[in-house]
Design a protein around this ligand. Structure first.
Ligand code: ADP
Ligand code: AMP
Length: 218
């Protein structure tokens, strides 16, 4: 199962990935999470990407692809992977294709989580994340049991800096310009599956499983 989750920022990729990955026993690779962890560690990579991530621009292709190619080379990815937030440009998709083809690891499916823009904005503006363990909540649709505290570890819930209104607008423009063309790209390759992401989390997951179960048996 070599999978990609495609969709606008806030469409629910991370939420679905946290269910898909354990069900199919594949690692969840979120480039956004990797960059945020590197920024928190203040590593070289973290300082190289910080200004891009905070302002809602894309990190340069060579840095994003380098991170992913390195991660896909690790042993736990040999039997499959779930990419979330990568690729985000056609150039990144082309590098990924070349890498996977050379390694004889074809893509199994690209799941496009389709959500209208107004709902994307609603979801992102009410997203909160645990500053300690990274768990994601939504003040409206997935509220924590105790206001502003993580159910799992008790950490403080914060709003991502790039989820503030001005930066969200910028990220959606970037998505329309650079990432949306990947829908046609993967459709042309015959691997695109579109899922209506405008439903409750369980229903979206059920639709995803309906697509993936037959593929997992091949
Ligand atoms: P992405 O990884 O695509 O940026 P997330 O998984 O972080 O998106 O989801 C964005 C926000 O929307 C989060 O606050 C999450 O709790 C919430 N969310 C995710 N899926 C749904 C859904 N199906 N219905 C309602 N809210 C959702
Ligand atoms: P995300 O958590 O997927 O919403 O990503 C947060 C931010 O990380 C994005 O707005 C970009 O700045 C950066 N980022 C994540 N993945 C990529 C990627 N594949 N290419 C370039 N930048 C990325």
């Amino acid at each position: 199962m070599n999978l990609i989750l495609l969709g606008a920022p806030g469409a629910g990729k991370g939420t679905q990935a946290s269910r898909i990955a354990p069900k199919y026993g594949i690692p969840h690779i979120s480039t956004g999470d990797i960059f945020r962890q590197e920024m928190a560690k203040k590593s070289d990579l973290g300082s190289q990407v910080e200004s891009y991530v905070k302002s809602g621009r894309l990190v340069p292709d060579h840095l994003a692809t380098q991170v992913v190619v390195q991660r896909l080379g690790q042993p736990d990815c040999r039997h499959g992977f779930l990419l979330d937030g990568f690729p985000r440009t056609v150039a990144q998709a082309e590098v990924l294709d070349r890498f996977l083809t050379a390694d004889n690891r074809p893509l199994t499916s690209v799941l496009f989580l389709k959500l209208e823009e107004a709902e994307v904005i609603n979801r992102v503006s009410s997203r909160r994340q645990c500053e300690r363990c990274g768990a994601v909540y939504n003040l409206v649709t997935q509220p924590p049991r105790h206001a502003e505290l993580c159910d799992t570890c008790g950490g403080k819930l914060i709003q991502r800096e790039d989820d503030k209104a001005e930066t969200v607008k910028k990220r959606l423009l970037v998505y329309d310009d650079l990432t949306e063309p990947l829908i046609a790209y993967y459709h042309a390759l015959g691997v695109l599956e579109t899922v209506d992401a405008g439903r409750p989390v369980d229903e979206v997951f059920a639709a995803v499983v309906k697509v993936l179960d037959p593929l997992s048996r091949k």
